[in-house]
Design a protein around this ligand. Structure first.
Ligand SMILES: Nc1ncnc2c1ncn2[C@@H]1O[C@H](COP(=O)(O)OP(=O)(O)OP(=O)(O)O)[C@@H](O)[C@H]1O
Ligand SMILES: [Mg+2]
Length: 238
């Protein structure tokens, strides 16, 4: 079995003595070397699902099956940088000395558009720049699996589009497996090979997108039709 398989996965939280069911039986195959996008309304359990799949939390029921040995990197909704380390220090955080190659770190810094800020500390960066540092840290780790939780939400439209293109480029060259959480339908359509809609604690629908890797034109009829279908599935008013 390749990738990650979630079987009847359950998770609840207890708040002030009351049990809040979040995931109530998630069955999902997260394939290797593909971008799987989790889409759903705020509070539906996307972050919880990502944390369980990444092994950061234990499920209350069901099971998780992992394929070959995995080296997992995370990009969270917020940057989570070390305030006492500069940009380079944060990117290299978690790497062993022999894993740090200066040229590669330079090229990653260039990829995320932080040239000239190598020695800046998180407090000297904008929110978007901090998030780009977090993305660079994930890339420098050479992960086989990247778990990304709304990684571009803090970025402006142009930077976001640039980072989406970069992510596709990285995916193409490294063939990493990516689990990507978003609540942007357009982002899901641009990036996803598989789009998974979560509702009421279960997988409501899965969409497979045939052509992978290139930057897609969302104004193509087929994407407009798919977007309509996704909107209907999400029960959002248009
Ligand atoms: N540590 C926790 N303790 C208690 N409740 C929690 C905890 N983490 C999440 N929850 C609850 O679980 C539900 C799902 O939260 P989660 O963060 O997974 O949603 P989400 O889909 O990622 O939302 P968003 O799009 O706003 O990030 C919410 O009702 C939330 O209040
Ligand atoms: Mg979340």
């Amino acid at each position: 079995m390749a990738g990650i398989e979630l079987v009847k996965l359950e998770k609840h939280y207890v708040v002030e003595g009351k049990t809040i069911p979040v995931l109530t039986g998630i069955n999902l195959q997260i394939p290797e070397e593909r971008i799987t996008v989790i889409l759903g309304k705020s509070g539906c359990g996307k972050t919880t699902l990502l944390r369980l799949a990444g092994g950061l939390e234990d499920p209350d029921g069901g099971s998780i099956h992992y394929g070959l040995s995995q080296r997992t990197a995370f990009v969270f909704q917020e940057p989570r940088l070390m305030p006492w380390l500069d940009v380079t220090g944060n990117i290299c955080f978690g790497l062993k000395r022999q894993e740090i190659h200066r040229d590669e770190i330079h090229s990653i810094i260039h990829t995320v558009g932080l040239d000239g800020f190598e020695k800046a500390y998180p407090s000297q960066l904008s929110g978007g720049m901090q998030q780009r540092t977090a993305i660079a840290r994930a890339l420098a780790y050479h992960p086989s699996f990247i778990m990304m939780d709304e990684p571009f939400a803090a970025l402006d439209y142009f930077t976001r589009e640039q980072m989406q293109r970069e992510l596709l480029r990285v995916w193409k060259s490294q063939k990493a497996s990516i689990l990507f959480v978003t609540h942007s339908i357009d982002e899901a359509l641009l990036l996803g090979h598989k789009i998974v809609i979560i509702e009421k604690g279960v997988v409501k629908t899965e969409f497979e997108l045939p052509k992978a890797g290139d930057f897609r034109n969302l104004l193509d009829d087929k994407f407009i039709m798919l977007k309509r279908e996704i909107i209907e599935n999400l029960n959002v008013a248009v």
